[in-house]
Design a protein around this ligand. Structure first.
Ligand code: XBP
Ligand code: MG
Length: 254
């Protein structure tokens, strides 16, 4: 069985973006004089909610407000999130967030081996464009034949929707691709879609239960594409063993 595509998560996997997201959320809250400031501890638990708009709404729901106050604030969420996305995009465009170790080398090796690249992320297209342009240059976006963002699916991670849509757009079955993730939500999403999954945790996700990962590593540094494919889709057994297994299978049919 060969591997036709690597499907990358973005935030926390391609690059350690969540501190930049957290800073952008807080800057947007300050510009709207809301008096909200998400500390790193707040943000680590808020990251259980995928999607920036859903995360802000979840935070509002936890404020114990009267229905009228809640209604007014929830109505403000799209504008708040758009402001946050503008702030985040500007920071990333200035080169504020580099790729994580080993990411570019693995992308280069996969491409050289004829393996396609795809993205399955909860974040927005604007954020992905900004990150890939800033880190991989003007052609960065073009290197990913399929890019699925959070707003393209009904259910965000840990639901499998983004991975299922990425596989459909790639035109391949789950066993022909490998997912690369950083979080429990991402791992569960990829597994629910039937994908073999590499997980590279980070400051925000290191305390989560990631034991279900098929391959758990600190990062992608030194992980060669061939070695990864061999782990995910072991080459067929030596000829003799294969023929023995085939005879045994044929024997079972007679
Ligand atoms: C991680 C997320 C996103 C980001 C913030 O996405 O859950 O919500 O935290 O980005 P990924 P937005 O699947 O790439 O790990 O504010 O654009 O949602
Ligand atoms: Mg992620």
């Amino acid at each position: 069985m060969s591997i036709d595509a690597l499907i990358f998560d973005v935030d926390g996997t391609l690059a350690d973006t969540e501190e930049a997201h957290r800073t952008a959320f807080n800057a947007a809250f300050a510009r709207h004089r809301l008096g909200w400031q998400w500390s790193p501890e707040d943000y680590r638990s808020l990251l259980d909610i995928t999607g920036g708009k859903e995360r802000i709404t979840h935070y509002i729901d936890g404020l114990g407000l009267r229905a009228s106050e809640r209604f007014w604030l929830v109505d403000l969420v799209p504008e708040l999130h758009a402001e946050k996305t503008r702030i985040y995009g500007a920071f990333v465009a200035e080169g504020g967030v580099p790729l994580r170790p080993g990411v570019e080398a693995l992308i280069d090796e996969a491409e050289a081996a004829g393996c396609r690249l795809a993205i399955a992320s909860t974040t927005t297209a604007a954020n992905i464009d900004a990150l890939l342009h800033a880190t991989l240059g003007p052609r960065g976006l073009d290197r990913f034949g399929v890019i699925v963002c959070g707003d393209q699916v009904r259910r965000k991670k840990p639901a499998p929707d983004v991975y299922r849509l990425a596989l459909a757009q790639l035109g391949i079955e789950a066993d022909r691709a490998i997912a690369i993730e950083d979080s429990s939500n991402g791992l569960r999403s990829a597994q629910a879609a039937g994908l073999w999954t590499v997980v590279t945790p980070n400051f925000w996700t290191a305390e989560a239960d990631l034991s279900g990962a098929d391959l758990l590593r600190a990062d992608l540094k030194g992980l060669g594409f061939d070695a990864l494919v061999h782990l995910a889709a072991p080459a067929p057994l030596p000829g003799l063993v294969n023929s023995l297994l085939r005879d045994a299978a044929q024997g079972s049919r007679s």
